[in-house]
Design a protein around this ligand. Structure first.
Ligand SMILES: Nc1ncnc2c1ncn2[C@@H]1O[C@H](COP(=O)(O)OP(=O)(O)OP(=O)(O)O)[C@@H](O)[C@H]1O
Ligand SMILES: [Mg+2]
Length: 267
């Protein structure tokens, strides 16, 4: 079944003109950020979203992430038609169906790794059927998510006590703890050096091999080469959609990189 099904998605921004008036005045500028994008993804896919600056990637991400609604077209996520949903349903879909990973990690500073990962489960507890969820069960899920990203020995560390790569692992564990329909990652390695970037890409590949669906925005073709499929936007249109033929293995590249690096360092 398709996890994501977008049909003729348009997003227009109206700038200037008289505020509140429905009629367009002469000085209204309409920016067509997305001009009718069709995009679907099945469970288990790992898709890169590429395209030059201003091509509509962030606009598409915001719609995919249920942070914004299209001006026209339909978006069905895990069988739920999102475009016509009311704001409560829309927020529910966002919190339960999507795991966000950002370039800047977005962890709470005064909160341990474990507590950061538990956070989405607190929101969830306020929902109808979750009232009796035990504290211990919540903790167990967060611990399991941190183990999945290889951070079992850093659970009580604060973000400032973790490397960038480790912080991003915490963010990925947090994204996964609700078992979302897909992970939406926006330049997830933009703040990381080469070694950590390869580690995180390796983790994504590992999670994807375990069945997680991942959509990742990236400017870098080298990173898209670790995914399974690349879609490219240009001027608000989807201009290319290709399967990656020879997918690179990030952990292999990491071990080569480590070897070269230690040679350079004279070890
Ligand atoms: N809130 C907004 N109001 C008006 N125009 C906007 C708004 N957000 C984006 N746009 C316009 O929509 C188009 C697509 O922008 P978008 O941010 O989606 O591009 P992008 O592909 O993410 O670019 P980048 O790689 O620079 O982040 C651009 O022309 C941009 O100026
Ligand atoms: Mg952008």
């Amino acid at each position: 079944m398709a996890v994501i099904e977008m049909r003729r998605i348009k997003r227009e921004y109206r700038m200037g003109g008289k505020t509140g008036s429905k009629k367009e005045s002469a000085d209204t500028v309409v920016v067509r950020a997305l001009r009718g994008v069709d995009f679907s993804a099945e469970a288990g896919e790992f898709v890169s979203v590429m395209g030059p600056s201003g091509s509509g990637k962030s606009t598409l991400m915001n719609i995919l992430g249920c942070l914004d609604k299209p001006t026209d077209g339909t978006y069905t996520l895990d069988g739920i038609e999102t475009s016509s949903s009311d704001s409560d349903t829309f927020a529910y879909i966002r919190n339960r169906k999507i795991g966000f990973v950002f370039q800047s990690f977005n962890l709470l500073a005064r909160t341990t790794a474990l507590e950061n990962v538990e956070l989405p489960l607190f929101y969830r507890r306020r929902e109808k059927n979750e009232k009796n969820q035990q504290i211990s069960a919540r903790r167990e899920r967060a611990v399991a998510a941190l183990k999945d990203v290889g951070l079992n020995e850093r659970m009580d560390h604060f973000p400032s006590q973790l490397s960038g790569g480790q912080q991003q692992r915490v963010a990925i564990a947090r994204a996964m703890v609700n078992d979302p329909a897909f992970i939406l990652a926006d330049e997830p390695t933009g703040n990381l050096d080469t070694g950590m970037t390869l580690e995180i890409m390796g983790l994504f590949q590992q999670l994807n091999a375990g069945g997680k669906t991942i959509i990742m925005v990236t400017h870098e073709p080298e990173l898209a080469a670790y995914t399974k499929r690349i879609i490219t936007l240009r001027d608000g249109e989807l201009v290319s959609d290709v399967q990656v033929k020879k997918r690179r293995n990030a952990l292999d590249d990491l071990s080569h990189w480590n070897k070269d690096h230690s040679l350079l360092a004279g070890n």
